[in-house]
Ligand binder design. Structure first.
Ligand SMILES: Cc1ncc(COP(=O)(O)O)c(C=O)c1O
Length: 456
């Protein structure tokens, strides 16, 4: 009986503190300036680091407790909350490797497939890291996706003139491809290389019937944007460090995160991470499993109308629209007529992200829309063959901080890029600082509507 009560009780230490403070009647002679008076809606819960509220980057109270509960749910040795998304956690992850590496003679080198998020490039720029790009044998015509295999990683490591300080991959990628994390982890272990995963899109993967979370498949560290797939305010994320990782990583993690972060972390975001932790202790995992089942059903229904549906990642539906006579952007526009807003569209596809907070009506609306939109004859989209190998001319940081000017991409062929050229979504660089802009790159820039670039 007692064990049942204990099992059912949910701990949310950050929210408990905030609720208590809300009710305490204290006059707020501290930040923020709204003093808890309602203007936008949540001011009463938006506090700062007052007595008892702990400090995110020196946590030993309620935040530490909440992070510990979350670490327990994910099976991590340590989980850090981020109030600045995976973007902050990615830089922190790279910073941890940089500060704990033993090799002080060579520049830091990370092996990574090309479909990295811009935050990775920013981290390389800030920390002066070189990248050994991994070009999968089965190359991709999409900047956001990569079909990287364990063999591709092994080949890249073998071809490097020194053993990389880390292997870094993005999985799931923006289109919902999941990499062979187990296989890649085995390769990394063989060479003694830390294995880092950008799991921004996959926080929920832990809670499926069989966990597909990177920590369970052999990653040494990973980042999750909790806000992308779990009920967390925008900006809430995790940095997970595995139980088997060196203690030194855990000891340095908070300090390094604070190097890149604001000194005023949002309690609204921390409160939502804490609340989500409570939900995950309760019924949310079951809801995630049911949702994965419901998404599969929608995938089957939409495919039965003749659409090309990809549902490799359980809560994501990617519709490749070319064969049905539409560009992805045109299809996204048609979906808006049915009051459906997608996560992402580009010339070839539409990406739909689902969560347990989509209700049955949402799924039915989606299915009806695809049932009603007529399938036309195949359309020729301005497709690119493959993502070409980069011509690296100088380190990322050196190029970034060089004198530069902005010019039309079409006139920049042969010049060296100084800023990552990314389209707003999916924020994956077509060209990285220090690389030459070639004719092929210029075509890809055009395809993603990037018309200006910064060059040396
Ligand atoms: C693969 C990937 N990594 C990192 C990020 C950055 O995450 P955040 O927006 O939480 O900072 C994103 C955001 O879309 C992403 O898709």
């Amino acid at each position: 009986m007692w064990s049942m009560i204990i099992k059912m009780s949910v701990e949310t230490p950050v929210n408990d503190f905030i609720s208590k403070y809300e009710k305490s009647g204290f006059a707020r002679f501290h930040m923020p300036g709204h003093k808890g008076r309602i203007l936008h809606g949540l001011e009463n819960k938006d506090i700062t680091e007052i007595k008892g509220a702990d400090y995110l980057y020196e946590a030993d109270g309620i935040i530490d407790k909440s992070e510990e509960l979350t670490a327990g749910l994910f099976g991590a040795g340590k989980t850090l909350y981020s109030t600045e998304g995976s973007s902050l956690s990615i830089k922190t992850m790279l910073g941890i490797i940089k500060s704990c590496r033993k090799d002080r003679e060579n520049r830091m080198l990370v092996a990574a497939p090309r479909n990295v998020h811009k935050a990775f490039i920013d981290g390389c720029c800030l920390l002066d890291i070189d990248v050994a790009w991994v070009y999968p044998k089965q190359s991709s015509a999409q900047i956001c996706s990569s079909s990287v295999t364990a063999e591709d990683i092994r080949r890249t490591i073998e071809n490097c003139d020194r053993i990389p300080d880390a292997v870094y991959i993005t999985s799931p990628d923006y289109l919902g491809n999941m990499a062979d994390i187990k296989g890649i982890s085995r390769v990394c272990k063989k060479y003694g290389i830390p294995f880092l995963v950008d799991n921004a899109q996959g926080a929920y993967l832990k809670f499926l019937d069989r966990s597909l979370h990177p920590l369970d498949l052999g990653a040494d560290m990973c980042v999750d944007s909790a806000h992308k797939t779990l009920p967390v305010y925008t900006g809430g994320g995790y940095l997970h460090i595995s139980e088997s990782a060196p203690q030194q990583w855990i000891c340095s993690a908070k300090e390094i995160m604070s190097l890149f972060a604001s000194t005023s972390p949002s309690y609204l975001i921390m409160g939502s991470l804490d609340k989500c932790c409570g939900e995950l202790q309760g019924g949310l995992p079951e809801k995630i499993r049911s949702c994965a089942f419901r998404v599969r059903k929608s995938a089957d229904v939409i495919a039965s109308f003749g659409w090309d549906v990809f549902n490799n990642e359980p809560l994501k539906l990617t519709i490749f629209s070319e064969k049905s006579g539409y560009s992805g952007d045109e299809l996204a526009e048609l979906l808006r007529k049915y009051k459906i807003e997608c996560e992402y569209s580009d010339p070839s596809c539409v990406v739909l992200m689902c969560s347990p907070y989509n209700d049955e009506e949402d799924f039915q609306r989606l299915e009806s829309a695809f049932g009603e939109i007529p399938i036309l004859s195949s359309k020729d989209i301005c497709n690119i063959e493959d993502i070409p190998e980069a011509k690296v001319k100088m380190p990322i940081r050196e190029a970034y901080f060089s004198c530069h000017k902005r010019m039309p991409a079409e006139q920049a062929v042969g010049r060296i890029c100084t800023r990552a050229a990314v389209s707003c979504q999916p924020s994956i660089p077509v060209v990285v600082p220090g690389e030459e802009i070639t004719v092929e790159i210029m075509k890809i820039l055009k395809r993603y509507s990037i018309f200006y670039v910064d060059v040396l």
